[in-house]
Design a protein around this ligand. Structure first.
Ligand code: DAK
Length: 258
């Protein structure tokens, strides 16, 4: 049985970390299942992915502490690499991804959420990087993505103090885009995902790639990345239909991903 459930619902799909008895903590089997689930996504059919945890209490409460406790230095590095490879696969998935965080997103859970394009959360959500309180550093990109998202000062404060923050603070520092009552979280995620899925997929994917790649580049090089992304949309059926519909003052036909 897999610890990750994949649920396609038309153009939107859910990826659910399904290990509620351990608050969805990530052991190497969960990471392997996540890796396989990402590989299995039908990128022709799915236009937006929602990542969530099973149950009402937790998104993911971190990497599995019970598994990590006995690791040697070499095994720790290998576990870190397995996690990093999966997070990077998620981050660079061609389609947009939304983390819908209902409850705990700690350590590896915060890192999983940060590997998505953006995050929304429940008012019960708790974020944090508790690793230094466990005698380790954050290991699935937490020392890298958090600083890029909320700035180095706030990231360092969170990592050094290992203090958890609640949803309202996560919103204030820009770690999440919006907070909803838990009962409304997944409906809100689906609404956002449907809005994304209704736009031209080639353009949305090219925009994602351009934003991600440009963030790591000096502006002179970043704008060249953007020019290539922009150019790649021209001549597509969706560009012709989108612009044609505007000029003809009508609603565009559903985009075809062509
Ligand atoms: N790992 C393993 N099991 C966990 C877990 C975790 N991270 N979080 C929760 N569980 C398990 C609990 O052990 C408990 O199992 P049983 O005792 O029932 O068998 C079950 O989930 C329910 O948890 P609690 O009974 O503790 O539930 P509470 O409501 O009382 O508390 C909590 C919820 C989220 C506050 C608490 O469970 C908690 O503090 N959990 C640990 C949170 C945490 O510290 N997360 C960060 C983990 S460290 C690296 C690679 C990776 C990493 C770092 C470095 N390199 C290679 C460099 C990643 C590190 C982390 O993510």
């Amino acid at each position: 049985m897999s610890f990750v459930t994949y649920e396609p619902q038309g153009a939107v799909a859910y990826l659910i970390i399904n290990r509620p008895e351990a608050l969805n903590a990530l052991n190497s089997q969960v990471l392997a299942d996540l890796d396989a689930a990402l590989d299995a996504i039908d990128l022709d059919a799915v236009r937006c992915l929602i990542v969530r945890g099973a149950g009402e209490k937790s998104f993911v409460a971190g990497a599995d502490i019970a598994q990590m406790k006995g690791l040697t230095k070499a095994e720790g590095e290998s576990f870190g690499k397995q996690g990093n490879d999966v997070m990077r696969k998620l981050e660079t998935l061609p389609i947009p991804t939304i983390a819908a965080v209902g409850g705990y997103a700690l350590g590896g859970g915060c890192e999983l959420a940060m590997s998505c394009d953006f995050r929304i959360c429940s008012d019960t959500a708790v974020f944090g990087q508790p690793e230094t309180g466990l005698g380790i550093t954050p290991g699935f990109g937490g020392t890298q993505r958090l600083a890029r998202l909320v700035g180095p000062g706030m990231a360092k404060q969170m990592v050094y103090t290992a203090r958890n923050i609640k949803a309202d603070e996560a919103l204030r520092i820009g770690l999440v885009n919006a907070v909803y009552p838990l009962a409304e979280l997944y409906t809100a995620a689906e609404k956002l995902a449907s809005q994304i899925a209704a736009n031209a997929p080639i353009a949305v994917r090219a925009a994602k790639k351009a934003i991600n790649e440009g963030l790591d580049l000096p502006m002179d090089e970043a704008v060249v990345v953007e020019e290539k992304a922009f150019g790649s949309c021209f001549g597509t059926a969706d560009q012709q239909e989108g612009m044609g519909a505007f000029l003809e003052k009508r609603k565009h036909e559903p985009f075809t991903n062509k």
